[in-house]
Write a protein that binds this ligand. Structure first.
Ligand code: GLU
Length: 426
């Protein structure tokens, strides 16, 4: 009996931590509040297409290893689907599906002419050579080539993928197409048609959200104590921007541990010493855990690593005034409620991390027109898009008396809902 109860509660916990189930619940709530019929929820609760591929790669020791990958296309009523490809050992089909839904929401929030897509490959790039990674990247493109393309579905970087991987993918796709096709993928190196500002775009967008959220709470970034979980693309650029803006970055972390200094960490040194996967804490003897890092006394907490970091178990101990989600899905829905009830302002992932896909859109537009913009133009356009989105969501949350996550879903789902209706899909 006791054992059964334990099994029940562990199943309940797994469900709560299951990002797809929790995302669907918020989508449903958002659609109901907007007055849409249940048919629309039935349409949007899953990706329209989900392709599973198996990719054989010759490894350096001569053996062949077969990797499993996915590409999800959530909804293309508004336009082609768009979203990154992650290389990670924990990738699952369910996660890729949820991430594709989030991409649809992000596109709606910053008003891009896209639906959401997402890809993932189950692998550990930290343990693969450059040559093996190239083989895997090219094999993935060959496997998904029939369903992707500049007017169908446009991939981009995500966890543990970067501009080099985008370059190999773009080259492979161009070979299949038999002409140079930079608009197939974004996040490319600048010399291959990448956009200025794309690499730091997610962090720029998060910084803009932090500035706006701090204003609402009556303080400035200058002098604020900040904790950033994760030192990958988003986390490292973010620590840099906040440090440059005069914030005191008192905590950072990677997958192996965290560093804390109440007087502020030497960010320039850490940026200099991090490896390409964002690992830096291994160089230090005195570290704390990622769990302790989240509970540090600070003004601004930015989870910029992976899913399910702030849960019902630690949400009561978070001391920050503002939590801004730079990662996808770092806070569970239970924890969102606890933080909101405690008066902590939570800026959700689908808004805070939308800067990446926004500049990806600029990259795609530049590729399509063959005319490239200077960095200041990109920055100005990104700034305007993020401010507009932040205010629309903040005001929706205030007027409706709801948290910013639900407000973001309401704002994000609207265009896709209308487009699906006009097309006669519901
Ligand atoms: N992977 C990023 C995200 O989750 C960027 C996607 C893109 O640039 O298309 O938003």
């Amino acid at each position: 009996m006791v054992a059964d109860k334990a099994a029940d509660s562990s199943q309940e916990n797994t469900e709560k931590m299951d990002v797809l189930t929790s995302t669907r619940a918020v989508v449903k709530d958002a659609l109901e509040r907007l007055g849409y019929p249940n048919e629309l929820y039935e349409l949007l609760k899953d990706s329209l297409r989900m392709l599973t591929v198996r990719i054989p790669v010759r490894m350096d020791d001569g053996s062949i290893k077969v990797f499993t990958g996915y590409r999800a296309q959530h909804n293309d009523a508004v336009g082609p689907t768009k979203g990154g490809v992650r290389f990670h050992p924990d990738v699952t089909e369910k996660e890729v599906n949820a991430l594709a839904i989030w991409m649809s929401l992000k596109a709606g929030i910053v008003d891009l002419p896209y639906g959401g897509g997402k890809g993932g490959i189950i692998c550990d790039p930290r343990e693969m050579s450059f040559r093996e990674l190239e083989g895997l990247s090219r094999g993935y493109v060959r496997a998904i080539s029939q369903i992707v393309g500049p007017t169908k579905d446009i991939p981009a970087p995500d966890v543990f993928t970067n501009s080099q991987i985008m370059a190999w993918m773009m080259d492979e796709y161009s070979r299949i197409d038999e002409f140079n096709n930079p608009g197939f993928i974004t996040g490319k190196p600048i010399v291959l048609g990448g956009s200025h500002g794309r690499e730091s775009a997610t962090a720029k967008g998060v910084t803009i959200c932090i500035e706006e959220a701090a204003k609402k709470r009556g303080f400035e970034i200058k002098g604020a104590r900040v904790v950033v979980q994760g030192f990958g693309n988003a986390g490292s650029f973010l620590a840099k921007f906040l440090h440059e803006a005069g914030a005191k970055v008192i905590g950072i972390s990677d997958a192996y541990g965290a560093l804390h200094d109440p007087d502020g960490l030497d960010i320039d040194y850490l940026l200099d010493r991090r490896d390409s996967f964002g690992t830096v804490t291994k160089l230090f003897d005195k570290t704390i855990t990622n769990e302790d890092l989240l509970e540090l006394d600070c003004d601004i907490l930015v989870p910029a690593a992976v899913q399910n970091q702030i849960t019902e178990h630690n949400a009561h101990n978070i001391k920050a005034n503002i939590v801004v989600e730079a990662a996808n899905g770092p806070t569970t829905m239970d924890a969102t409620k606890i933080l909101t009830d405690r008066g902590i302002l939570l800026v959700p992932d689908v808004l805070a991390s939308a800067g990446g896909v926004t500049v990806s859109y600029f990259e795609w537009v530049q590729n399509n027109q063959g005319y490239y913009w200077p960095e200041d133009e990109i920055e100005e356009k990104l700034y305007k898009a993020m401010i507009k989105a932040f205010n629309a969501i903040y005001n929706t949350a205030e007027t409706r008396g709801i948290d910013m996550r639900l407000a973001a879903y309401m704002v994000g789902v609207r265009k896709m809902a209308e487009a699906s209706r006009y097309r006669g899909w519901i």
